[in-house]
Design a protein around this ligand. Sequence first.
Ligand code: TRP
Length: 350
Amino acid sequence: MPSERTRSNPPAPGLPASSEVIVSGIQPSGALHFGNYFGALRQHIQLHKTHEAWYFIVNYHTLTTLRDRDKLRRYTLDVALDYLALGFDPEAACLFAQSDVPEVTELAWIFNNLTTVSQLEKGVAYKDKVAQGLAPNAGLLTYPVLQAADILIYGGTLVPVGADQKQHIEMTRVLAERFNRTYCLEDDPVFPVPEPWILSDVAVVPGLDGRKMSKSYDNAIGIFEEGKALRKKVMGIVTDSTPLEAPKDPERDHVFTLIRLFADEETRTRITEAYRAGGYGYGHAKKELLRLVDEHFAEARLRRKDLARRPDDVLDVLREGGRKARERACEYMERVRERVGLITTYRDAP
Ligand code: TRP
């Protein structure tokens, strides 16, 4: 049953209008997993050749939780490797490190002053941390403001993200509107008001324990895990204790939920029928899932191994992407400063 769809989310296999400016960010907080892939990355790769697209690795955001310089650097490059391995073509769109566009923090500062603390305290990610009894830092509180700056500084109109990002995009929309209303004439706004692009059929990718797949639950399967390690994880996915001979309900099984993400229509139907017929055990399903995963990522794994031997080429991609992104961001910032009344003496005429 299709759950709610976001307004701009066209029915599959529809694509967004070609005029949309696609922007999205991904956290370099460790190995990317199936949840990241089906929630965001797959859509990023899918859209970047047909649309103007800006994808950034949000290392400033990751500072809210990571204080290890070596890890931050490594994870950032790893995400770039993952994108390239999964088919991102640097000739077609921009992939870059958020920190190559420091202007984004300037815009975030300006947005901070258009945001009330009480709005930020309603942030789900922030509330989560508070509920866990942690003392969140100020970066975590203003995280959504930086995210809004990320999106708006390139004039983004459509943001492909996982369902968990809905609130952040809503805050971005509020900020775009508030900035325009505060500083611009009605017929000459600086920022477009972006829409989220959320695929509802992949709203939740289950992890090994059946909860939402998440690095923080330690239940994730990495996109580039393979061999024994992958096998061990897949075989360890929790299932119920329905005996092998008994018919099973695929809709209530996490293994099947994962199978459905990887399988084509025909395979899906075949496995659904096998579940319902009985005599088909979770072990069979897990083997099928393994095969599907291996097949799906076979090419990407090879590409990644090859790229990993050429770190300079990966850095070149980020460098070139960062240069273009900064240029674009600076154009927006010039207008922003002018509207806000920030003097830039090195540019302003005497
Ligand atoms: N908050 C996003 C996440 O955790 C990452 C992110 C940062 C992002 N800036 C963004 C996503 C801008 C989309 C657009 O997944």
